[in-house]
Design a protein around this ligand. Sequence first.
Ligand code: ATP
Length: 470
Amino acid sequence: MAQNDLTLDTITAFAKRRGFIYPSSEIYGGLAGIYDYGHYGILLKNNIANAWWKSMVRDRDDVVGLDSAIFMHPLTWKASGHVDSFNEALIDCKSCKQRMRADHLLEKYSINADFMPLDQINAELNKLRDQNQLKCQFCGNKELTEARQINQLVRTNLGVPTKQLQEMSEEDIVYARGETCQGIYLNYKNVIDTMRVKLPFGIAQIGKAFRNEVIARQFIFRTREFEQMEMQYFLAPEMMQEKYEEWKQTRWNWYLEVLGLPEEKLRWKKHDKLAHYAKEAYDVQFNYRSLGEFAEIEGIHQRGDWDLSQHAKYSGQNLEYFDQKQNKRFIPHIMETSGGLNRMVFAVLDAAYTNEDLGEGKTRVVLKIKPALAPVKVAIFPLQKDEKLQGKAREIYLDLRSEFQSEFDDSGNIGKMYRRQDEIGTPACVTLDYQSLEDNMVTVRDRDSMKQERIAIGDLKQYIWNKINA
Ligand code: ATP
């Protein structure tokens, strides 16, 4: 298989087979748009999240962290506009019964339906229908339903329900948050009062978000439960453009240097249509081989003073900032960097998955992931089933695992052991043989070059650190 032929089925099956990502509730037939992360999946996801936290919070003086609750006062979502306008229009094919997002379908005809009201969407669809152009993107049939809208907020209730679900009114409903940033806005005042921050400053958080996505058939790209990594930067409006450019550059570099994604697979997408409060918005898009297209991984958006003004209005609280130098009160403006953790995991897997031709009809699957992100950093194998050798290998393993995520494997078949580690992207494999008992040297094999070298056991930790930091 050539490198470029990665399909969605291949990466989905691989992720399951190698313990990265499982479809949720599989024994009950699954639950559409929901996935679980296995051992290697959560190790990878945590490594990405920790790398983000390090560069967004730990390495900066101007950003503080937050972990706000998934449930918020229901008025939050009224104030943010989600209750009234967080909608998606969908269309069904009358023949193959596949469901499509109206904006995605219209995009195929070069019509941008961002922020388009439902009646206009249907008018555009009708025009295409009259021209005999409108057809199902799956089966080509021309019988499609009218577009209809659903709200994407996930509704539930808290406490002891006194009514049946269908009898509940707006007041009984709480929402599973549709985006993590609202928790940041609601805590802006707490942060100002407790954290000695001054404008400009940011609040960062990693957490789950929930959306009733109409279409959820692109593996972990679009799911109904997902994780966002968001940073909201509060500033005086006159600083917006300068800081916006800075953050765009910072985030771009992060994708190259920390996630290790190839630059030619990344691009900026400028929003042609903006929310009424926004001034400028760009998305970072990644070219997913298995989706066959560039798709959004993170949004970097200017949001003006809309969010805090809305929450001030609905809560009745004063959310102004007092600038001592200028002796002036104002509502800070906000720019955000809003990325999807799951889409990053997907991008890393998609870019790293390699089916390598080894010649003589042999191939291997290897995950050429950045060593710093690899779920397992080192694997230790005793070459023979010998008590002394196994004991020494285990001793090394226990020592290494205090510093690195490590694995011990004495199942015996060296070819299989290497293959397993290649597939999960382990940068270094260490083998011990009888000679090791004599000279305290081990053989280290590099994942990518498959080159082997003898090194002293005492140098192993430094060798692995060098790989991680390379
Ligand atoms: P899209 O246009 O793809 O639906 P969006 O513009 O609605 O995404 P935002 O609301 O800007 O997305 O959310 C910020 C980030 O959260 C996105 O860049 C993406 O990485 C992630 N994200 C949004 N929706 C989902 C989802 N359903 N599944 C996984 N990640 C998501």
